[in-house]
Ligand binder design. Structure first.
Ligand code: NI
Length: 280
């Protein structure tokens, strides 16, 4: 781990930096590569996914792009200051969350943001292209650290790469807005899962899972409210010592943190599991 000194949070940049050869043009080509990837992939993301926020505090992909616009503006501004102001030049902190709120990126037109991001980075490519070896070796202060312009450039690229991966990640961790799941497909997805439950659908604070315990229900209390709808078989449900007999199509409600488990259930027992609302 290394501090991404120029652009906010701590991210792992070490491995990424190692792939650079120290060719003077390497930053320029690396940025060109990242921007081409961005241009190729950005329009494949639906507006819904782009603006999706999994919680109030977490940035949507759109806000991440806004944050990248901020970091591009900062980069340009810093480079300008380093080469025009009196030495020693001290780099200021980057207040990333405040900036994203100030610009209200979440409510802005996505295409405008995309164009702004592209334009700023075309400008940065020109700067990188025109920086001589001497200019790259110039140092400035960041807190206690002495940093070179070359390091600032590499840090900018590592930060950009880190956030582009968040925007283009394919694991669907932020959203899985499927409209229909059949019981057959739930069984099939479960058979391919490494555990006794599988996540089928996720949207905002809603998560729908399918669960088929094998003989013993080993689950622990959850941090969110929960609903079960029994999908097959029958058994009993122990909720804080209270026992309920349950069968297919029955509904159970469990408050966050309440102790609960299924007991004495048939071999074909399975249930839909629905989590909703905030963590408590
Ligand atoms: Ni960042």
């Amino acid at each position: 781990m290394s501090y991404c000194f120029a652009f906010g949070k701590i991210i792992s940049v070490v491995n990424y930096l190692n792939i650079f050869n120290d060719n003077i043009m390497s930053s320029y080509f690396e940025l060109q590569k990242l921007i081409r990837k961005f241009n190729r992939k950005i329009h494949q993301i639906s507006e819904e996914e782009f603006s999706f926020k999994s919680s109030l505090e977490k940035w949507s992909k759109k806000e991440i792009l806004g944050h990248l616009i901020d970091s591009s503006k900062y980069f340009i501004n810093r480079i300008e200051n380093i080469f025009t102001k009196q030495e020693p030049f001290n780099l200021k902190r980057f207040e990333q969350d405040d900036l994203v709120k100030l610009h209200n990126y979440q409510e802005q037109d996505s295409n405008n943001l995309i164009i702004l991001f592209q334009s700023l980075n075309i400008q940065i490519m020109q700067v990188m292209k025109n920086c001589s070896e001497e200019m790259r070796a110039k140092t400035f202060n960041f807190g206690e650290q002495k940093v070179t312009v070359d390091q600032l450039m590499k840090s900018y690229l590592a930060h950009l790469n880190h956030h582009l991966e968040q925007i283009f990640n394919q694991d669907g961790s932020s959203i899985k807005a499927i409209n229909h799941v059949s019981l057959e497909s739930a069984f099939e997805q479960l058979s391919n899962a490494p555990s006794e439950f599988v996540e089928l659908l996720k949207y905002g604070e809603l998560v729908v899972e399918f669960y088929k315990p094998d003989k013993i229900d080993k689950q622990q209390p959850h941090t969110r409210d929960e609903i079960y709808i029994i999908s097959s078989g029958s058994g009993a449900f122990d909720l804080e010592g209270k026992i309920f007999q349950v069968k297919e199509n029955d509904v159970l409600f469990v408050k966050a943190h309440d102790k609960h488990k299924f007991i004495n259930f048939t071999d074909d027992f399975s249930t839909w599991v629905i989590f909703y609302g905030l963590e408590r």
